[in-house]
Design a binder for this molecule. Structure first.
Ligand SMILES: Cc1cc2nc3c(=O)[nH]c(=O)nc-3n(C[C@H](O)[C@H](O)[C@H](O)COP(=O)(O)O)c2cc1C
Length: 270
């Protein structure tokens, strides 16, 4: 590559060159045959822009709100694990970037910086992503720490009752000590978990990992405040549809509940 990177693909190429293969593969890989991983990119490429002319562009405003928080554009930072594998400052640096871009960062429960370190590093609006564990005290500890530290919502990821089969990680013999500690602790009783979660926090709860109309209805029935339409970056199940392609399937329901923003995070409150 010549000169400075100018787009996200060039940054990805730099990362490939700079990172140990085991980490690069972890960040960039998907589940099983990586069919959905490829489809995720192709689905976005298939969406074209409908350009208009003779429009005043002297003031362009992409800002929107999520759960009432104003952000500069309908783009959030999704929760992703282990930022320190890529940079010594880890999630603290990501949170500062979110603040600089005036958007929301969702901190992963598998972060390499603590909930408190990220909270004290910047004033970005932050949400906290977690699972409900069979050991409720573990979940309660994480959720209540996040609430105390000023995180504004809990994002409950529901597409990972077990970890996706990531063949690159298997080949690289990637050992995941943190996950070993969590083995067997993730609860499979998600619908009853939500009532429990609500009983221990005043924060709004979003469900992450919805891909079908039926599950969006379920999410409404169990009373969450929003859903994140997501296939987990194709890291959990392979041969599921790209998230962007099911928005039309899910959106009519959300419109019936309340006007939705057009991003993949459908917020019932707006
Ligand atoms: C390296 C990496 C780590 C991730 N870690 C998490 C995580 O800890 N929790 C989570 O809910 N999602 C995690 N994700 C999934 C992302 O939040 C997000 O869903 C995905 O990158 C984009 O796919 P989507 O558009 O289908 O949501 C991770 C994704 C990547 C690439």
């Amino acid at each position: 590559m010549e000169g400075e990177p100018v787009n996200v693909n060039e940054f990805q190429e730099l990362a490939r060159q700079a990172l140990p293969k085991i980490y690069y593969d972890y960040y960039s890989g998907g589940a099983e045959d990586e069919y959905t991983l490829k489809q995720n990119v192709e689905a976005f490429q298939g969406i074209t822009i409908r350009p208009r002319i003779l429009v005043d562009i002297s003031r362009i405003d992409l800002s929107t709100t999520v759960l009432g928080y104003k952000i500069s554009a309908p783009i959030l930072i999704a929760p992703s694990a282990k930022h320190k594998w890529a940079h010594p400052e880890g999630e603290v640096a990501t949170a500062r970037a979110a603040a600089a871009c005036d958007t929301i960062m969702i901190l992963s429960y598998r972060s390499t910086c603590t909930i408190e370190e990220v909270a004290s590093s910047c004033n970005a609006v932050r949400f906290f992503q977690c699972y409900v564990y069979k050991r409720r005290d573990i979940s309660a500890n994480l959720v209540q720490r996040a609430e105390r530290c000023g995180y504004k919502a809990i994002v409950l990821t529901v597409d990972s009752p077990r970890l996706g089969r990531r063949e690159k990680d298997i080949k690289n013999k990637m050992v995941n000590p943190q996950l070993k500690n969590f083995e067997g602790l993730v609860s499979t009783q998600v619908s009853t978990d939500i009532g429990w979660l609500r009983s221990i926090t005043n924060l709004p709860v979003l469900l992450k990992g919805v891909l079908t109309h039926e599950d969006a209805i379920k999410a409404v029935e169990v009373g969450v405040d929003g859903i994140v339409v997501s296939n987990h970056g194709a890291r959990q199940l392979d041969y599921v549809p790209p998230s962007i392609s099911v928005l039309e399937e899910v959106k009519p329901l959300i419109l019936a509940v309340g006007p939705a923003c057009s991003s993949q995070l459908l917020d019932f409150s707006t």
